[in-house]
Design a protein around this ligand. Sequence first.
Ligand SMILES: Cc1cc2nc3c(=O)[nH]c(=O)nc-3n(C[C@H](O)[C@H](O)[C@H](O)COP(=O)(O)OP(=O)(O)OC[C@H]3O[C@@H](n4cnc5c(N)ncnc54)[C@H](O)[C@@H]3O)c2cc1C
Length: 553
Amino acid sequence: MAGQVGGFDTHEVFNQPAPLADYDLFSADAALSEGVVREGAGWAIDRLRALGSRCSDPAIIELGRLANANPPALRTFDRFGHRRDEVEFHPAWHALLELLFDHGVHSSPWAEPRPGAHVARAARFMMMAQVECGTLCPVTMTYGSVPALRRDAAIAATWLPPIHSRRYDRRFLPVGEKTGAMIGMGLTEKQGGSDVRANTTRAEPIGAGGREYRLVGHKWFLSAPMCDAFLVTAQAPDGMTCFFMPRFTPDGASNAIRLQRLKDKLGNRSNASSEVEFAGAWALRLGEEGRGLPTILEMGTYTRLDCALGTTGIMRQAVSQAVHHTAHRSAFQKRLIDQPLMRSVLADLALEVEAAIALCLRMARAFDTETDQGEIALRRLLTPAAKYWICKRGPTLAAEAMETLGGGGYVEESILPRIYREMPVNSIWEGSGNVMCLDVLRSLARAPESGETLMAELIPARGGNVHLDAAIAALETALTGPATRDEATARRLTERLVLTLQGALLVRHAPASVADAFCATRLGEHRAGAFGALPPGLDLATIIARADPRAET
Ligand SMILES: Cc1cc2nc3c(=O)[nH]c(=O)nc-3n(C[C@H](O)[C@H](O)[C@H](O)COP(=O)(O)OP(=O)(O)OC[C@H]3O[C@@H](n4cnc5c(N)ncnc54)[C@H](O)[C@@H]3O)c2cc1C
């Protein structure tokens, strides 16, 4: 197409790629589609392909842009001065939630349990993250709340049917009048987020010996406040307790959850994150008084899994954009993708994503059992470890992927700025980096079998790569030594644990060129600071070809 000024053709637009759209995100992703079958969800492939195609439909991609370009607005009062405490979202937000509900991302493993259900959901979550991340916040909280809600028969009877439903319902109504429901969570207060025990919100029982309470206090972060109910923490007479707090009281009145303001956030802008006050809000106790932390942390295991999945999904989208752009852009008489140094960058980015996908799907399989104690211990250990490392890699990867697009990657018409802004949040919420690494130490101390299950996962890969063999030996020593009790070196141990497992998964399941390159650059002596500083002699062509979003496997 020609540029025109005053009837004159100023220049021809060429050497610019077409937008990346209209491909099947699932089938085009070898690491994802192979991993889904390997980890037990081969039965879900048809639906995953269908969602994979939907996720690159230009109309769906546009919903992601619109939802973020038109952030939500708080409506505190109506025009007569009555409290409303509602948030208004752009229609694109609701359309994306309809799609997420339709594919069961919020609840399918609970509503339709079967082997591999969490793996299939993990694949859906990673694909939807490539479209838009704000909507994933209420979806992950809803998913994570179910095990805790199931422990209370009365709450479960009323709330699980609309949570299991595939019909998203945007209306602000009591749950009995809705086709679908979403659940949020409120822990963080101004004086402390990581340290939930520092909560000052008070809970007073209504009457003696019952389960109903009134809560007075505040939450400094309460995301997706239009959820239908929240799991919140507060100090009851016998200590820190978990409560179930709906937006409406049983008599149908609006509960005393006062939305004070919405946060002005770096990213995740489609989603509302509010500051709230509880002015005697009605809530039901969930679990025993004084046992609030274990209850809420059970939810945290699932939401932390999703932090790793979400970052992996957006890393995958960033790499797809990088490979697509460089395949259709030339500089210095060569396609960028054929320039030797660009190939090093692309291959290195691709290795990061391939390893993250393999780890996420393996981790999701550990959620597919309620009886295998080894797997349960493994998921307890891997979730904070994977959340820490994958979410730490996200921002660096996004910046490098953006750079492969040159200046065009930095402007808002590209999806890369949104991806870049989105990256840090998964590292901060649901427990920030240090807190995750301390949790790894806690898991090893409380469930020593988790270290043994991890080693059992590594041992079949022995003999496949010399760097990996050395890393496994070093990790085995570390897991039985003082490093498991040393807070100051917890990041080092966690990083080593994740990289060794990623190396083992790739040695066992990925092409040799991928596994060898990963082990050489992440476990060997060639560890580098920036992406793309690869040693010579790697099979870059195979690594890049596997990451090509246009390559159907
Ligand atoms: C966009 C967004 C949405 C959010 N939505 C919600 C929500 O819906 N519900 C909710 O409850 N919360 C929510 N949060 C809050 C989030 O979970 C907290 O911000 C987070 O857990 C950290 O708590 P904090 O902000 O109080 O930081 P702090 O607890 O003060 O931590 C500050 C830093 O100190 C580190 N640190 C803490 N303890 C230690 C230690 N012992 N050793 C070493 N380092 C340590 C942390 O890793 C962190 O880096 C949201 C946050 C964001 C950014």
